[in-house]
Structure formats: structure tokens, C-alpha cells
Design a protein around this ligand. Structure first.
Ligand code: ACO
Length: 379
């Protein structure tokens, strides 16, 4: 057994897997899925085609893509017993908690496990990609006491999600923009939620437990939850004039400025650049958002003060502004991240299964030895 004695908090810089799914160059601001630049996929691909690429390692032919899309369309509905279960969730609960519970519940309904069977892998991939958006949209409506909207088979993946969420067919630009957002969030090498998914996968449990554990990890404010906090922060700042004093206070009290900084990127996250462009397209068609002006000033001042330390806008900084224009409530921003990242988690699940070894790291013990047991009456 190899014993690595140096302890690295947060496993910084320690490889935990060999993977051919995605690649990041944090100094140059490059992100590739299976070797293809994110800018190219955002411009030319669709989310489902990208999901196929991530999971199976190649761009699908027309026929393969049609079949994949049709299977997903067919599996979008969720069982009424899952809807009934979700109806019992407290309306004040966070949608990420609702999603985590619902994703785990899928394992109860599809309990057959055949991890070495490619048909089982495909079925699980299709079910998860198909049903997670339906569950997110259903909780949004059911927490207000409304019935969920059934999926619309005439609509593509992103358009159908917006339809179930906002109870009307979306504008084509809105659907296209959401689809690109999903592509941008689909995968990002090794990160907390992907690692969580892989640790869970390595025990050979079912894929629904894998996704549920990853959803729970993504929910935290240092990971996927930051996109919600960006909007809260912009609201708190309130005007361009307050930006500088807000940043000065953050730096003085060592408070993180949400939507900035990244363990890997030391330049502006390439996804933030694309999302900023999408936000501008949305403002042009659907009207301006005053928070964008605050965001621009915030980015300018953060760059001025923290750019030399490699702290720049990350993927979460502009995504919330896009989602606001799509009429998506703030607490659904992270669930949308999850809808997209299911593709990456499943790609890593499949890759992990191909050469599985259970994760069992070690620790450096810092406690006592040979301590006496003190009777409760004497403590
Ligand atoms: N605002 C102010 N200071 C920052 C920020 C920030 N957003 N990010 C990093 N720093 C500073 C830290 O205060 C720290 O300074 P110090 O060395 O003087 O103590 C230094 O930079 C290193 O910060 P760490 O948190 O140790 O860096 P790490 O690589 O662990 O963190 C992280 C990356 C967690 C993303 C961090 O930048 C952060 O908390 N950002 C805000 C939350 C956020 O936007 N998260 C989304 C990330 S993208 C994603 O998960 C999808």
C-alpha cells in the first residue's frame, strides 16, 4: 500500500482519477469536452448532443442522436407516486433538497441493478436526463399547491423544461439560450460534486444514489449554490455607487465575493464570457436588467483589486442574470446547474465503472491514544 504522508486540505492538486472526459487549462482559460472547445460546443452543439458526447465519448451520428433524443422524450414523465411523494415536501424547503430526495427515490422504482450491462447503463442515463428536469419543474409548481405541467412531446429538451416551469411555450431565443447554459454547465473535470458522484459510484451502488449524492454536494454555496448568492449580492449592493464600498468591506472582513475565484481558473472562466454574451442577447430582446450594470462595475473593481491574485469571474457570475430573464426563480438556479451536470456525473459514473476500485483514502490521525475511560459520574 502507498502511504502519502503530506496532507493537502481540499485534496488540492492531488489527482483522484484518470479521465478522458474533459480538460481545463486554468492559466489559459481553456475548457474542452472530449477534446472539443466549449466555445465550439456552445455555438454548434445542443445539450443532448453534448451529453451523448460526454457519456459515450464521441459525437453521435444523426440516427444515434435522433434515437437518444426520442428515448429521452419518451421517458420525461415521472410516476404519480413520485409526484405524490413530492407533494408532501414542505413548500419552504429548498428545491435542491427536493431534487436530491426525488433523484434518490428513482432508485426505489428502478431497483434492478446490472452495472455490467450496457443496456442498463443507457436506460439509467436516459431516465436521469429525462426525469430530473420534470422533477425540478414539478416541485416549483407543487410547492404553491398547483398541479405539475406534463411534459410536451412537441418540444425539445430545454424548451420543454421552460414550458413545464413557466406553464407556456417559451420564446425560441429563450429556449436556445437555456440549452446553451445547460451545455456550459454539463461537465467540469474533477470538482466536489463529481468527486462525490465517483466516491458513491465506486461502491457499485445504483446510479440514482450516485446522482443524489452529487446533487447534495452541488447544493453548497462554495459550489453550485454560488449562482443564487450572486443575485442576493447584487440586490444587497443595490446601485453602481455602492460597488466599491461593498468590495472594500468584503476584503476588510475577509468575506468572499460570490461568483469570483476558482480553484483552477486563474483568468476569467471561459463559460462566464459566453454567459455574459447570452445575458446581453437576452437583454436586447427582453429588456435591460439594472443588475447587469452593477455586475459590470463589480467585475471591473474585482479585477482591479484581485486580478493580480488570479481571482476573476467564474461560471456563476453571469448565469443568474440570464436565468432571471428566463423568469426562473432564484432558488431554481442551482437545480438548473444540476440538470446540466447530470450529464457529466453520468459520464464519470460510466468511466469509473469501467475500471472500478472503491475509494478508500487514508487520514492522518491527530487524536490521543490509550486514554482512560472516565466514569460519567466523575466527568
Ligand atoms: N472573493 C474574495 N476573495 C477570494 C475569493 C472571492 N470570491 N475567492 C478567493 N479569494 C481569496 C481568499 O480569501 C483567499 O485569500 P487568503 O489567501 O488571503 O486567505 C485566497 O483567495 C484563496 O482562496 P481559497 O478559498 O482558499 O481558494 P480556493 O481555490 O479554495 O477557492 C472558491 C475556490 C471556493 C471557488 C473560492 O474562490 C470562493 O469561495 N469563491 C466564491 C464562491 C463561488 O463563486 N463559488 C463558485 C465556484 S465555481 C463552481 O463551483 C461552479
Amino acid at each position: 500500500m502507498t502511504t502519502v504522508c503530506e496532507y493537502k486540505p481540499g485534496l488540492e492538486g492531488i489527482p483522484v482519477a484518470q479521465s478522458s472526459i474533459s480538460y481545463v487549462d486554468g492559466q489559459k482559460g481553456i475548457l474542452e469536452y472530449r477534446g472539443i472547445r466549449i466555445e465550439e460546443l456552445a455555438a454548434k452543439s445542443t445539450f443532448l448532443e453534448t451529453a451523448y458526447l460526454l457519456i459515450w465519448g464521441n459525437l453521435p451520428t444523426k440516427e444515434e442522436l435522433d434515437n437518444f433524443e426520442n428515448e429521452i422524450r419518451y421517458h420525461r414523465r415521472i410516476k404519480y407516486r413520485i409526484r405524490d411523494m413530492m407533494k408532501c415536501f414542505p413548500e419552504t424547503g429548498h428545491p435542491m433538497d427536493a431534487l436530491q430526495a426525488s433523484a434518490a427515490a428513482l432508485g426505489l422504482f428502478y431497483s434492478k441493478r446490472a452495472l455490467d450491462n450496457p443496456d442498463y447503463i443507457r436506460e439509467a442515463v436516459v431516465r436521469l436526463l429525462a426525469k430530473i428536469p420534470t422533477m425540478v419543474a414539478a416541485f416549483k409548481l407543487m410547492r404553491k399547491g398547483n398541479d405539475p405541467v406534463q411534459p410536451n412531446d412537441d418540444l425539445d429538451y430545454a424548451a420543454n423544461f421552460l414550458y413545464m416551469l413557466n406553464e407556456r411555450k417559451p420564446d425560441p431565443l429563450a429556449a436556445k439560450v437555456l440549452d446553451i447554459c445547460l451545455t456550459l454547465h454539463a461537465e467540469h473535470t474533477m470538482n466536489a460534486s463529481t468527486f462525490s458522484a465517483m466516491v458513491t459510484a465506486s461502491t457499485l451502488t445504483d446510479p440514482y444514489a450516485v446522482v443524489a449524492s452529487a446533487v447534495g454536494t452541488l447544493a453548497g454555496p462554495l459550489h453550485g449554490g454560488a449562482n443564487e448568492e450572486v443575485i442576493d449580492m447584487l440586490e444587497e449592493i443595490g446601485s453602481i455607487e455602492n460597488v466599491r464600498s461593498y468590495i472594500d468591506d468584503c476584503l476588510k472582513y475577509k468575506k468572499k465575493i460570490m461568483g469570483f475565484g476558482h480553484r483552477v481558473y486563474k483568468v476569467k472562466d471561459p463559460r462566464a464570457t459566453i454567459l455574459q454574451d447570452l445575458a446581453e442577447q437576452m437583454f436586447e430582446k427582453f429588456g435591460h436588467d439594472k443588475y447587469y450594470d452593477i455586475a459590470l462595475e463589480l467585475e471591473r473593481v474585482v479585477e482591479e483589486k484581485l486580478g493580480h491574485r488570479g481571482i476573476y469571474a467564474n461560471v456563476d457570475f453571469y448565469s443568474g442574470l440570464v436565468y432571471r430573464k428566463l423568469e426562473i426563480p432564484t432558488d431554481l438556479f442551482t437545480p438548473i446547474f444540476a440538470i446540466a451536470r447530470v450529464a457529466g456525473w453520468l459520464a464519470h459514473w460510466k468511466e469509473q465503472l469501467a475500471e472500478n476500485r472503491i475509494f478508500r483514502p487514508t487520514q492522518i490521525y491527530t487524536g490521543f491514544h490509550d486514554e482512560p475511560y472516565i466514569e460519567i459520574t466523575e466527568r
